[in-house]
Design a protein around this ligand. Structure first.
Ligand code: ZN
Ligand code: ZN
Ligand code: ZN
Length: 268
């Protein structure tokens, strides 16, 4: 295997790898116009972004579509991974990191909260078994870094976590890098988190569908958050199949739009 992977340089950019809700869009077995229409902007893989930081590529979440996302964007290398939370649509592509340990020459650094680490250790128990029981390429080699709501450094950049509520009984972390924030899988923003979203240029925010949902912002709720935060540009993500890209964008206020797979923005 070539130890120098072919890769696109994304330094200074954020790439939306996936903008879809947990089952993706099109939805398997769905005959609706969005799922059947073939518009590339309505092809939404599971939620993830990749940041080109000074020290390398930082992946946020390992979606079940990770392999196809990296191939689509011609990204060969991931230097570190950061997790928002432990739900299946954000974690279960983790095994695809097995290639990266060869490219990096060491275990892949993962940054997550304890509850996410516990989920990963249970779900991928083989990755933490005695390495002598498997050949080197068979199991992901992972290096755990515990995070909380305290700002921390990774790949030459300061990351500011933003606590979010994901339904009444579950919490996630959003992340701010400079004046760009990524806040997926949220249905409420606790009081103490608003100050971490001041002065943003770009906010990427959960907005599932028009109807209310117990664990995700609806479009109306997300528009209200966008107005309160006041970022120059707000992009909605974690979108389901009820939202046609062009039709929905035409109905949104100025400066607010749906994200889409492959969208790139500058980190500022
Ligand atoms: Zn999700
Ligand atoms: Zn559909
Ligand atoms: Zn979730």
């Amino acid at each position: 295997m070539n130890k120098s992977p072919t890769t696109t340089d994304i330094l200074g950019q954020l790439v939306v790898l996936g903008s879809g809700t947990s089952v993706g869009v099109p939805v398997v077995g769905c005959g609706c116009a969005v799922c059947q229409g073939g518009d590339p902007r309505n092809q939404r893989t599971r939620c993830s972004v990749l940041l080109g930081l000074p020290g390398g590529n930082l992946l946020i979440d390992t979606s079940p579509d990770l392999r196809t996302q990296l191939l689509r964007e011609r990204i060969g290398i991931v230097h570190s991974v950061l997790y928002t939370h432990g739900h299946a649509d954000h974690v279960f592509g983790l095994d695809d990191l097995r290639l990266q340990q060869f490219y990096l020459g060491h275990a892949v650094p993962l940054y997550c909260e304890k509850v996410v680490e516990d989920r990963i250790r249970r779900s991928f128990d083989y990755a933490f078994a005695d390495p002598k029981t498997a050949h080197a390429g068979a199991i992901p080699q992972l290096e755990m870094h515990r995070i909380s709501t305290a700002p921390f450094g990774v790949l030459g950049c300061e990351i500011v976590p933003v606590r979010l509520e994901h339904g009444p009984r579950f919490e996630t972390l959003g992340f701010r890098v400079g004046n760009v924030a990524y806040c997926t899988d949220a249905s409420a923003i606790p009081d103490q988190s608003w100050s971490r979203l001041e002065g943003l240029e770009v906010l990427i925010l959960d907005a599932l569908r028009h109807r209310p949902h117990p664990t995700h912002f609806s479009i109306d709720e997300a528009v209200a958050v966008a107005e309160r935060v006041g970022a120059r540009r707000t992009l909605f993500t974690h979108i389901n199949h009820e939202l046609d890209h062009h039709e929905t964008n035409a109905s949104l206020p100025a400066g607010v739009e749906l994200a889409y797979d492959g969208l790139r923005i500058d980190l500022v």
